[in-house]
Design a binder for this molecule. Structure first.
Ligand code: HAM
Length: 424
């Protein structure tokens, strides 16, 4: 028997209400803040991601699903959504639109990671990006949005971590300071970090191995290396957050797992769980559009993992309304009755009443059991007698009552009954 590939999962009907709830909240949030939906393909040119993380990150170097298509084009399943948004921004000349351009996306994302709770090889992200403006008020807007989103979902008790990782001007000085610091402990570093040391020392702050984390804990903080522009940008982001009443914790070791970030970076973690369970991650990426071949264009955004939000809903005890039940089931006995039933079901649907046609040749008892299992409140029964007399039996499952009606009145009577039935 085949099974879904490791690290992937089916989203069953019973899983849909929570995801639907999250999507509805995401869409109404985006409307509130003026973000428009953009859907990009789930695979892109491999180089798009390779160039966006040229310094080297696990997401791009080790976790990407890379393949060649039949014309030997090297493609990758998207490991994240920001580079594709920047690609679409350039491809569609969005730099000519009024700036900033505010966009959001929702869809599957692929990373070859070791699966565990809340970490999958195919997960789904909801993300927001604002391109074309470096105003720190925009950083604060995205953080406020992420926070409001979690609050609207009812996910409580989380912590917002904030840092600035500088820009092209000041990052090189900090990288040098980190190299100097970590070089003193090179023998204690894991093999990955030894490689990262010369190529991308910021990544050493992000290593999850306890031995490397211990050395990272004594590394100099970036705050001492920010240039005046980055420092004032960061102060301004913080003062906006203070005005908005948003609590945050400064986390000097927060560098994020992708390489394109500049200045503001942030993450939202549930406050009761260990690292690796971020609900939201984001930040500014002022060099990315240029790296992808465009003019210098600042950008800032965030993304959250839908599966982690689903876990968050359960952990916070949020109860989501179930999918609506079908309103009626049409049951029939015998070939002639089946024909009448098919017609009646169509007539009900024409009138906007959800009707499920009972198929096969089950007994009436079995058809009533099916109605119960589906949660249908009403069953319309057509048997041999009803065919002969041109009638339909309307059964109210909850009240355990039934009445016989002329067939041509069944729809009107059902509509009336539904109008007076409390919504479940
Ligand atoms: P990221 O932090 O790599 O950032 O991913 C965003 C979110 O996706 C994470 O906070 C987490 O909730 C979820 N996530 C990531 N990997 C997995 C996984 N394997 N299984 C389940 N959930 C996962 C980005 O991707 C950036 N593009 C975010 C961004 C937007 N930065 C600026 N704009």
């Amino acid at each position: 028997m085949y099974r879904a590939p490791r690290g992937t999962f089916d989203i069953l009907p019973e899983d849909q209400p929570q995801r639907r709830f999250i999507l509805d909240e995401a869409m109404s949030l985006c409307q509130l803040y003026g973000y428009q939906r953009l859907d990009t393909p789930i695979f892109e040119d491999y180089q798009l991601f390779a160039r966006s993380s040229a310094g080297g990150t696990d997401v791009v170097d080790k976790e990407m699903y890379v393949f060649e298509d039949r014309s030997q084009q090297k493609l990758a399943l998207r490991p994240e959504g920001t580079a594709p948004v920047c690609r679409a921004y350039l491809e569609h000349g969005m730099f000519n639109w009024p700036q900033p351009v505010r966009l959001y996306y929702w869809g599957p994302t692929f990373r070859y990671e070791r699966p565990q709770a809340g970490r999958y090889r195919q997960h789904h992200q909801f993300g927001c990006e604002a391109l074309g403006d470096s105003d720190p008020a925009l950083d604060a807007e995205l953080i406020e949005m992420a926070e409001r989103f979690l609050a609207r979902l009812g996910i409580g008790s989380f912590v917002l971590y904030l840092n600035s990782i500088g820009c092209k001007q000041c990052q090189p000085g900090y990288r040098e300071a980190l190299q100097h610091h970590f070089a003193k402990h090179v023998d204690e570093l894991c093999p990955d970090c030894r490689t990262r040391l010369s190529r991308n020392p910021l990544r050493l702050l992000d290593c999850k191995r306890p031995s490397c984390q211990a050395i990272a804990a004594t590394a100099p903080p970036i705050s001492g290396y920010l240039c005046p522009d980055c420092r004032s940008h960061f102060e301004s982001v913080q003062s906006h957050l203070a005005r908005l009443g948003i609590d945050y914790r400064l986390e000097p070791a927060l560098v994020r797992g992708l390489d394109y970030y500049t200045r503001t970076v942030f993450e939202v973690q549930p406050d009761h769980e260990a690292a690796q369970s971020a609900l939201v991650g984001g930040g500014r990426y002022d060099n990315l559009v240029e790296q992808l071949g465009g003019k210098p264009t600042p950008g800032v955004g965030f993304a959250c993992g839908i599966e982690r939000l689903v876990l968050g809903l359960s952990n916070s005890g949020v109860v989501v309304p179930p999918s609506p039940y079908p309103e009626a089931l049409v049951a029939s006995l015998g070939a002639e009755a089946k024909g009448k039933g098919v017609e009646l079901a169509r007539q009900l649907r024409d009138a906007g009443i959800g009707a499920i046609m009972s198929t096969g040749r089950s007994s009436l008892k079995a058809q009533l059991r099916q109605a119960n299992a589906l949660g249908a409140r009403y069953v319309l029964i057509i048997g041999e007698d009803e065919v002969r007399t041109g009638t339909v039996m309307l059964r109210d499952m909850a009240a355990n009552k039934q009445e016989t009606l002329p067939a041509d009145q069944a729809e009107r009577q059902l509509r009336h009954a539904l109008g007076s039935t409390p919504q479940r």
